[in-house]
Design a protein around this ligand. Structure first.
Ligand SMILES: Cc1cc2nc3c(=O)[nH]c(=O)nc-3n(C[C@H](O)[C@H](O)[C@H](O)COP(=O)(O)OP(=O)(O)OC[C@H]3O[C@@H](n4cnc5c(N)ncnc54)[C@H](O)[C@@H]3O)c2cc1C
Length: 430
């Protein structure tokens, strides 16, 4: 075809618009036989999407791209830190799951998404998609504390990581807790919304338990911009008054990871060890791909903007957003709970939506639900169970109903729940 001026201009504009992307990226995989869905992120949302896509649309080629070699569950990880859950239950082989369900697994870091070309770039090559499911989870907004001070960010990340994402940080945190011989341990709780709202308190409970049972002369101070749920306030006061101090309404103003100091609105605290949790946001790829929403003032909301009834990105029906990275679902309640259960349900709904589109039919509207088991007491044991359900109101807005219950006599329901989810997502027990 002769090169016309219009073609030349279009090609030049495309090249200018996407300077980050190599024009001739090596292919990561052989070309698909039919249409291909690429799922980026093998956490709770991505695993559900990949697995249900194979079941609902066997004609589609499905590829899961994940940077980690194996899956590690954040649910139950607090209990694991305290030695109360077997590591074997929480870690799973991605390749075995991919083989059981019949999708391709590629262990690679996705470096960029080129939405114009429908292409995912990875450190090992590029892969084209007909539909993309982006389920890359969260990132920590270190810039909120440190601006562009890279040295301070690196110090805080490497020495005081909070291990809130499944990337090896948990093992390092466990080693730090096991090596802690006493003194002041500080944990910062991020402002809402963040991943798994009750989890910082559950983690504090586990650390208090470790200090008490090991007779460690240490104190955990929780700096929290939010109020403490009553159940945790009671147990901290009754059982761990020498181990846990909770400071409500404590907004972090500055952190010096070298001098080990934190300044809040009311206090100036020195620490020996810390679990630092800055504010959270959607993961890096959502930013790179230009998928972040805007708040009422027109500033980036920090989370990926989604059509809440169909789960695709606002303005791009080829990209589905699943899991903790999404923005508000409804003006009536704001964000969905950032839970593994809910992420998995969104993954399944996105799979159904893509399956319907691939056949040219209109996807049915489905809404997720979430169940969450939280340990609120260890001696004697007690769980809190949080159930959230959703329905559509006449005006098209999503309504949330939340139920909270306590079980003073649990029999491992949290482990049973996890086993059920692992069976669905990872073909557990294999
Ligand atoms: C301590 C703790 C306890 C929790 N307890 C519970 C609980 O009891 N019940 C519950 O339901 N939820 C719980 N949660 C919440 C749950 O872990 C999250 O809601 C869930 O992990 C969200 O799933 P996701 O798929 O959005 O993200 P993730 O599970 O974080 O998955 C994202 C995946 O994307 C991968 N990824 C990211 N970027 C790239 C890239 N560029 N290239 C390749 N791969 C990439 C990551 O490696 C990761 O595997 C807990 C969380 C924490 C921290």
């Amino acid at each position: 075809m002769p090169t016309t001026r219009r073609h030349f201009l279009a090609a030049t504009l495309a090249a200018c618009a996407a300077p980050l992307f190599a024009q001739q990226a090596p292919a990561l995989l052989p070309a698909a036989q039919g249409r291909r869905v690429v799922v980026v992120g093998g956490g709770w949302g991505g695993l559900a999407a990949a697995r249900h896509l194979r079941a609902l649309a066997p004609e589609l080629d499905v590829v899961l791209v994940e940077r980690n070699p194996s899956f590690f569950s954040m649910p139950l990880s607090n209990k694991w830190l305290a030695g109360l859950v077997d590591e074997k239950l929480l870690t799973h082989d991605y390749r075995a799951a991919a083989q059981a369900f019949g999708y391709a697994f590629v262990q690679a870091e996705a470096t960029a998404i080129d939405r114009d070309r429908r292409r995912v770039h990875t450190a090992q090559g590029a892969v084209d998609y007909d539909w993309l499911v982006l389920a890359a989870g969260i990132r920590h907004d270190w810039a909120a504390w440190f601006g562009d001070d890279r040295r301070a960010i690196a110090e805080a990340r490497t020495r005081f990581d909070c291990a809130w994402t499944p990337d090896g940080g948990l093992a390092a945190l466990k080693a730090r807790l096991d090596a802690f011989k006493g003194g002041e341990l500080v944990m910062t709780v991020p402002p809402l919304p963040y991943r798994c709202q009750p989890a910082p308190y559950e983690r504090a409970l586990m650390i208090g338990h470790l200090f008490k049972t090991r007779a460690v002369p240490g104190r955990l101070t929780l700096l929290d911009p939010n109020p403490l749920p009553q159940r945790f306030a009671d147990v901290f006061r009754e059982q761990y008054k020498d181990q846990i101090a909770h400071v409500p309404h404590a907004r972090v103003k500055s952190v010096d990871p070298f001098a080990r100091r934190i300044v809040t609105d009311f206090d100036d605290l020195r620490f020996d060890e810390a679990i630092l949790m800055p504010p959270q946001q959607a993961g890096d790829l959502a930013w790179q791909a230009g998928l972040i929403g805007r708040d009422a003032a027109g500033k980036p909301s920090g989370w990926a903007a989604q059509d809440p009834l169909h789960l695709h990105a606002v303005g791009d029906e080829r990209v589905f957003l699943v899991g903790d990275l999404i923005d508000r679902a409804s003006p009536l309640f704001g964000h969905y709970p950032k839970s593994g259960h809910l992420a998995a349900r969104l993954g399944r709904i996105a799979a159904a939506g893509i399956a319907a589109r691939s056949r040219g039919s209109v996807p049915e509207t489905q809404l997720p639900e979430s169940n969450c088991f939280v340990t609120t007491r260890l001696a004697p044991q007690e769980f809190m169970r949080l159930d959230t359900q959703y329905r559509l109101r006449g005006d098209g807005l999503i309504v949330q109903t939340a139920k909270q219950g306590f079980d003073p006599n649990p029999h491992g329901e949290d482990v049973d729940w996890a086993k059920g989810m692992f069976a669905e997502l990872l073909a557990y027990p294999g």
